[in-house]
Design a protein around this ligand. Structure first.
Ligand code: MN
Length: 494
């Protein structure tokens, strides 16, 4: 089941002699949602006092021994299943050796040779029925490093180890992306999946989701992969796009002037809009990886994988397809409603036993528009799904016009209460009594003799009288009925 997708066009750069294609692969570091770190019981809470969340393991005291946090493994498996990936029942932890002041161990515990999750897939939509299928190469678990602070003292640097040892999932894609726009869309899709799964909060501002971006270019039509550069540690999709666009042009200019692209790690500077060299790219052997002697291989039972699989929520692609099918809503609306799981849940409560298209329209245009205006999240909405549903029921019954329904929405937003009671108490019901409307029309015509004379010359002026009747009834008269009666009485005057 599902949508048939077309492959999108590659973003091409026009050089002096060739058209160039951009090849992009991403390594995303996603912080595992877990109260404790990967190998210690320290808290992972963000924003606490520096060095508050540090125990002997994190500080690498002599003789310390890491103890694997089972919940972090469960989160990695859950993520793997969400990426439709193969879960490896056997994996190992390796030491990646390097010196860094905020890494007291002198190595990072990671997984190089046997990662916990194998190949998977992410569908990145770029328009209706257009999507890139991005293959995941693997996902591995590893520790995060701490933070060096250089801007608090003129001659000293400080180290904050709160982040040291926090669990990361490194999600490595194949070089399947072909434009900066696709790279940004891929990260947002990955973020959406992680948030649905509850395995990473996706908070890019706090650095809980960040990407290393590998970029190379080649003449369009060529199948070889040229030397790539890695742009390190990006946590903004806008900057990622800018960095890729700059880097691709830089590399194209080098190739076209018979120079070579050197494999290296680069940094993007948002102030200049340029990337600059940080260090030459290390190879795996530079880190002298070897199996961590403190940790046994990780063996995962198929029963455990199956039980996690059974507990998976409905994921964005499946949810979107189901909403389109079940409620007859458009691709666009389904995308908006599934951006966050809570949005879709709200919508489904409103749409239950009601017209799905109308429900989608009200949730997206009125509710989201109003939430946006007050900078509120969906779970802070002053209007519950049941209250919105009641407004739609009253509208559907014909008791109020859609204009009055919007006024009712605003009253419920500001004051709360039961929409049915409000409509009755404030006499908001539509006037559908023909005699009552005919009487008002008659008064309006009698009060505006000069307009009636003008109408006799120009029949397009009938709208004026409809407007006057609506005004006198505070918008409560049924507009279609008013129009019919105005036309009838005017015709009698001709
Ligand atoms: Mn890493």
């Amino acid at each position: 089941m599902g949508i048939e997708y077309q492959e999108p066009q590659s973003q091409l750069l026009t050089g002096n002699n060739d058209e160039w294609e951009i090849i992009i692969g991403l390594e995303v570091h996603a912080q595992v949602s877990s109260k404790a770190k990967l190998f210690s019981g320290s808290s992972t809470e963000f924003g606490t006092e520096p060095n508050n969340n540090v125990d002997f393991v994190d500080a690498a005291m002599p003789g310390m021994l890491p103890v694997l946090n089972e919940f972090c493994v469960e989160q990695a498996i859950r993520t793997g299943l969400g990426l439709k990936a193969k879960i490896n029942t056997y994996s190992e932890f390796d030491r990646k050796n390097y010196f860094y002041p905020d890494l007291p161990q002198g190595y990072q515990i990671s997984q190089l040779y046997h990662p916990v999750v194998g190949e998977g897939i992410v569908i990145v939509e770029l328009g209706e029925g257009i999507a890139r299928k991005v293959r995941i190469e693997h996902l591995h678990l590893e520790q995060d490093a701490g933070k060096s602070v250089h801007d608090m003292h003129p001659s000293l640097s400080f180290v904050d180890l709160n982040r040291t040892g926090v669990a990361l999932m490194e999600i490595v894609s194949f070089p399947d992306l072909r434009s900066s726009e696709e790279a940004a869309a891929y990260i947002l899709k990955l973020r959406q999946i992680l948030r649905y799964l509850g395995t990473c909060d996706g908070n890019m501002q706090n650095g809980n989701l960040r990407a290393d971006v590998n970029v190379s270019v080649r003449p369009y039509g060529s199948s070889q992969l040229n030397t790539r550069c890695e742009i390190k540690n990006m946590n903004s999709t806008r900057f990622i796009q800018q960095a890729i666009d700059y880097e691709a042009r830089r590399q194209m200019a080098l190739w076209e002037s018979d120079q070579v692209v050197v494999q290296e790690t680069r940094l993007y500077d948002p102030k200049t809009g340029k990337t600059r060299s940080m260090r030459s790219k290390e190879e795996a052997h530079d880190y002298r990886y070897f199996p961590c002697p403190d940790l046994l291989p990780l063996e995962i039972s198929q029963e455990w994988i199956d039980s996690i699989h059974d507990s998976l929520p409905e994921l964005p692609d499946e949810l979107k397809n189901r909403l389109m099918r079940q409620y007859g809503i458009t691709d666009y609306d389904a995308n908006v409603l599934t951006a966050e799981r809570e949005n879709a849940e709200y919508f489904e409560t409103v749409a239950q036993n009601r017209n799905g298209k109308i429900a989608a329209n009200w949730v997206i245009n009125e509710l989201f528009g109003r939430l946006n205006k007050d900078s509120l999240d969906i779970f802070e909405s002053p209007i519950s799904p049941d209250q919105l549903g009641a407004i739609l029921d009253i509208l559907e019954s014909g008791a109020i016009s859609s204009k009055i329904a919007k006024e009712l929405f605003e009253i419920v937003w500001l004051e709360g209460g039961d929409p049915h009671t409000i409509v009755t108490e404030r006499q908001m019901k539509q006037v559908t009594d023909e005699n009552a409307i005919a009487k008002i029309v008659k008064d309006v015509l009698a009060d505006n003799p000069s307009q009636v004379e003008k109408f006799k010359v120009n029949p397009k002026l009938a709208g004026f009288f409809v407007g006057q009747v609506m005004k006198r009834t505070s918008g409560k008269a049924n507009p279609e009925l008013v129009n019919t009666i105005v036309q009838k009485q005017l015709a009698e005057l001709q």
